[in-house]
Design a protein around this ligand. Structure first.
Ligand code: 5GP
Ligand code: ZN
Length: 138
C-alpha cells in the first residue's frame, strides 16, 4: 500500500520521476539523487514498509534478488572493484526516508566513500551474555 506523504511511494507509483534501473511487479531500482559514488542505486519494495524487520520475507527475498542482479550489472557497467549494500533502519541509523530501501554503493579501491570503520571490542563473557539476551528475543 502506498503512503500519501512518502517520497519513495510516490516514486514507486510514478508521481515523482526517477532514473529507473529495473522494475517488476513488486520491486523498483533507481539511481540515488545524491550519489555517494557514481552509479549509487536504491532498491525498494513498491509497497510501503518502514523497516527491514517489518517487511514480509516473501517481499524481502524479491528485493534482495534484485539487489544482487543490480549489483552485478553495476560492476559490469562501471568496472568498479566492489560495492557496499547498506540498509539504514531508524533515525539513529541514519534512515532519512522511512520506506525500506537498500543502497548499492559502487566502490573503487582508494576512494573515500567510507573513511572510517571504528572497530570496538567485547569480552568473551560480554559476548555470551549478549548472545543469550538476543537469542531469547527471537
Ligand atoms: P537513507 O538515509 O534514508 O538511508 O537514504 C535515503 C536516500 O534517498 C539518500 O541517499 C537520498 O539521496 C535518496 N533520495 C532522497 N530523496 C530522493 C528522491 O526524490 N529521488 C531519489 N532518486 N533519491 C532520493
Ligand atoms: Zn513509502
Amino acid at each position: 500500500m502506498a503512503l500519501q506523504d512518502c517520497i519513495f511511494c510516490k516514486i514507486a507509483t510514478g508521481q515523482i520521476p526517477c532514473h529507473k534501473i529495473y522494475e517488476n511487479d513488486s520491486v523498483l531500482a533507481f539511481l540515488d539523487i545524491g550519489p555517494l559514488s557514481e552509479g549509487h542505486t536504491l532498491v525498494i519494495p513498491k509497497a510501503h514498509f518502514e523497516k527491514l524487520d517489518q517487511c514480509p520475507p516473501e517481499i524481502l527475498s524479491g528485493v534482495i534478488q534484485v539487489v544482487g542482479n543490480v549489483s552485478r550489472a553495476i560492476v559490469s557497467a562501471l568496472g568498479c572493484d566492489g560495492y557496499n549494500v547498506l540498509c539504514n533502519n531508524g533515525m539513529a541509523a541514519g534512515q532519512e526516508v522511512h520506506h525500506i530501501h537498500f543502497h548499492v554503493i559502487p566502490r573503487t579501491s582508494g576512494d573515500d566513500v567510507f573513511t572510517e570503520w571504528k572497530s570496538g571490542s567485547c569480552s568473551k563473557d560480554q559476548a555470551e551474555l549478549l548472545a543469550n539476551r538476543i537469542t531469547q528475543n527471537l
